[in-house]
Ligand binder design. Sequence first.
Ligand SMILES: [Zn+2]
Length: 216
Amino acid sequence: MTTEDATRELLVELLGEFYRRGWVSGTGGGICGPADGGGLLLAPTGVHKERVRTDEFFTVDPSDGRVLRSPERSDLRPSECNSIFCLAHRERGAWSVVHSHALAAVLAGDLAASDRTDHLAIRDLEMLKGIPGVTNTDVHLVPVIRNTPREPELVGQLEAVLADPRFADSRAVVVRDHGAYIWGDDVLAAKRHTEVYHFLFEALVARRDHQKEHRP
Ligand SMILES: [Zn+2]
């Protein structure tokens, strides 16, 4: 089996796992990973993510998002995340990016909105150690951007937060009312960061609810 075959199988496995956790449901969300020869394998758009097969990925050029290879099924189109995944690759060296539609990411975005800030400040959690370079004594800042009618229109805001030194350690960007993009150097790093950030989002939201209930 080639490296790319193994990557395709891993991407399919993760789409199934993320579907079962409610992170890519209703055909939303997506994932990409490295193709042999320097391309990115990209899941198709508008399909049930838990049913994507290993031969249904597109291969795109991460320098411009151009499709290098299409799957045999001619009714498939490349994910709308294409331009964003390619941006994370160029700006952060990410070879794998997960796009989540998880409720926890949406509710975490609501916290930033109600605080009138452009970020989440995450602290006092052991799980922070799952992000490279971050410890459990740090205050970890994750940018939160506004949603747009179409996914590719998020690119301008994403470029701005990726260039913002406050967010240099973040491997995630939350999109309000929508979800999050989470990346890593390879597919397993992206998987780890995806699990860690979903825990952090859930913890932030649960702690805020807890504070509200116990306010005198
Ligand atoms: Zn989306």
